[in-house]
Design a protein around this ligand. Sequence first.
Ligand code: 8YV
Length: 323
Amino acid sequence: TAQKPKILLARSVFPDLLAELEKVAIVQSNQDDHLWNAVDLKAALADKDAAIITGSERIDADMLKASPQLKIVSNIAVGYNNLDMPAFKAANVMATNTPDVLTDTTADFGFTLMMATARRLTESEHWLRAGHWGKFSICDAPLSMDIHHSTLGIMGMGRIGQAIAKRARGFNMKVTYFNRSRLSEDLEKECGATYVDRETLLKQSDHIILVMPYTPENHHLFGEKELNLMKPTATLVNIARGGIVDELALAKALKENKIFGAGLDVFEGEPKVIPELLALKNVVLAPHMASATEKTRRAMIQLAIKNCLAGLNGQTPPNLLKA
Ligand code: 8YV
């Protein structure tokens, strides 16, 4: 009988899914969900045939070189900036992600964060819990910004951006977007979205949401200059990757009320959040949870396992990434 393949499972998963995987593979899992450092990750990969990991584990050329048996790395995420794709190509190791299954859940959370930020939900709850309710006039704080009939600017018009655009129509928003390439006319119509250049989007939007992939080109794309172009009444939401925003510049803009507020699900140094952001009231902070419903996390893990086993069995994984 053929030997079972060895798989590194970088995070704990639902017990029934782990049990399923253990029927067909020898699994090294991470039951306490400790954060991996590069040295330990390299050592854990060294004797594996495959790895199922999350966006938090960075896989580089050095690790791939030290893992001669490795055939496939399956990311439990749609974003794959954690994988050095040229190195994967050079090492002839497959890489996969989990698109589609998280689109609607993530778009929902983009809206959640945008609405919480514009309507100052978390700040107002803290205010209530602190016992301030009863001491305010109807024209006093916490007053907030409208969503309906406002202008939404979506940066990155992939699957999630399009799902956000469709939701926005229900709020009678004017939907604009910027993307590397323009959508087809049909798709623009379906999304009710108008293409604008980046500067127009920055200047005209009441709410901006970042949903593009993180690449070396858009590192700190959102800095002082971009924040200065935004309306002082506008909000910025980031559900993409922390590194797209210069967090110190954002904290400064928020502190000086250059923009109304920000909603952040992702951070450059996550799970650490810089104190400059933690000190502010006009920012809603979330622990990278946009895809975190039970149903969607289960679907993501199942798809990642499917991709992994397909690759190990000599089939083309459904979500094989091109280098
Ligand atoms: C993941 C994500 O939860 O899909 C992505 O790109 O950012 C999230 O859905 C996160 O990367 C952990 O894998």
